[in-house]
Design a protein around this ligand. Sequence first.
Ligand code: GLV
Ligand code: GLV
Length: 380
Amino acid sequence: MTHTEAWKIHHPEGKYRVLATKRLVGERWLEVLSTFDCRVEIYDAEEMFGEAELIEAIGTRCDGALGQLNEPWNERVLTHFAAAGGKVISTYAVGVNNIDLACASRLGIAVCNTPGVLTEATAELALALVFAAIRRIAEGDRYMREGRFLGWLPHLMLGRQITGRTLGLFGAGRIGQTVARALAGGFGMNVLYFNPHPRPELENYVSDLAALAKKHGQPVPSVRHTEDLDELFVQSDILVLLSSYSPALHHLVGARRLALMKPAAVLVNASRGPVIDEASLIAHLKNHPEFTAGLDVFEFEPRMVDGLTELPNIVLSPHTGSATLESRSNMATLAALNCAGVLSHWPANTAFSTTDLATGPMRKLVPSLLNAKELSWPAT
Ligand code: GLV
Ligand code: GLV
């Protein structure tokens, strides 16, 4: 059940009824939506929406929805949405594993997301977790707050150095490549990546970095694609998970693959929680005190599996990969353009970067329409 007093109406006279299940960041998204004749009903409170809340909010007439990544846009909800006249689900995220895309396509509902503008923010958070885990930053912070610091000691909070070591990447999309460029360029790391297909743009970039590093006498990075998933686990000193999620990836990281990893490796997850079998990770962290992990996403989000928060060698963040003011504001603009654009029948963008569309001059294009082909939607 939603609370009546939490609903705020923006531009009440708008022709299209658009639902925003949370208030997004900034004001521009609301300007875009009202300019294109949308009445926006915003749920301005923190409770999460499940199936019942979505169906209640959709009601009997709803043209578009700005949804969140933790809402179940499944067959039941989508069917209700289609019956209410719903034309577009514009999710405030890049990941769309919470939306039944095939079902939406069957029902003629457009599904849009916000790629590109969150690449840097999410890469930066993944890097923050890498450093926080390997240098035990959260553990050190707790130690200080508890008044346990007696002074400098030779063995206090020993971590590991990353320079010259191997960075494993599971998923080398935009975000993964940004992490790879940072660690190869900044610390001469050797990048080993697992991705459905090779990434020549990343390989060329790291080759150029390697030439530059050699010329200046700095640690020389390298890069290599692998199709052998187990090799990725065996070789990585730092393994960062940054793939999109599908059920085929459920528990990709379990006891067997953790056992392949180096005893003092670092595992960071900024993709989706269920990629990791958390019970196995907890057992592994207990048995290998030198192994560290950094998680931004959780198997049963928001619930923490028993034991996770008691471990010293793990750092946790509350799914804040894209949480910078810049990123979240641009995501809001894209989400609004996606929604207004579908309702106004603009062509699907194929020509411009989503960052240009979010920050540059207004263009009447739907920035990121994922099922354009299935809907036979005209494109640029
Ligand atoms: C965040 O997890 C996203 O998918 O945008
Ligand atoms: C997401 O935007 C990715 O491609 O990694």
